[in-house]
Design a protein around this ligand. Structure first.
Ligand SMILES: CC(C)(COP(=O)(O)OP(=O)(O)OC[C@H]1O[C@@H](n2cnc3c(N)ncnc32)[C@H](O)[C@@H]1OP(=O)(O)O)[C@@H](O)C(=O)NCCC(=O)NCCS
Length: 147
């Protein structure tokens, strides 16, 4: 098992790299529910800042942020390929995106996380707020952190 961390590359909406990230999102967030992300309106991605994480040139993770207002950015599309989970890559992605968000002048992060990974975000300092809701059949919770 490789322990090195991915090379993070910014990805443009509509590019070949973006399509590979769509495949990754489909694999983890839609196919298990029998859904296809390409049947949805994904135009919000054009407003997002998107990164792929690559090992030996191969996509193994992704993470986005979406500016919400002058202070707040929403972290989205947090995925580490299961072959690389549990070795710190998820924390690496979150540290990376927090740094980017901070450098753009935001001071507050929100995310809509799956309740089954709430503990992952809690370890990184996120606090839950509001009620659990069902998004694409999966229980989710809103979380936030000041940076
Ligand atoms: C959630 C996810 C990004 C975590 O990535 P990862 O690379 O496995 O996480 P890391 O190895 O960086 O773990 C960092 C810490 O969080 C903990 N952690 C990881 N997953 C956790 C979980 N589901 N619940 C509680 N804690 C968790 C780890 O034990 C580790 O703790 P430590 O610092 O005390 O050792 C990854 O499991 C994933 O991509 N899952 C599938 C897609 C998904 O569900 N994404 C989130 C949608 S909201």
């Amino acid at each position: 098992m490789k322990k090195e961390m991915p090379e993070m590359r910014k990805v443009e909406y509509g590019s070949q790299e973006y399509e590979e990230i769509m495949d990754l999102r489909n694999e983890y967030f839609r196919k298990p529910q029998g859904m296809d992300i390409r049947n949805e309106d994904n135009s919000i991605d054009e407003k997002s800042v998107m990164y792929g994480g690559y090992l030996d040139g191969k996509l193994m993770s992704c993470i986005f942020y979406l500016p919400k207002d002058v202070n707040t950015a929403q972290v989205k599309a947090v995925i580490v390929d299961e072959k690389y989970q549990g070795i710190g890559a998820g924390k690496y992605l979150m540290d990376f995106i927090e740094e980017k968000i901070k450098s753009e002048g935001f001071n507050h992060i929100i995310l809509h996380g799956r309740t089954k990974v709430e503990g992952f975000y809690e370890k990184l300092g996120y606090k839950s707020y509001g009620e659990v809701d069902i998004y694409n059949t999966i229980p989710h919770i809103w979380m936030e952190k000041d940076i």
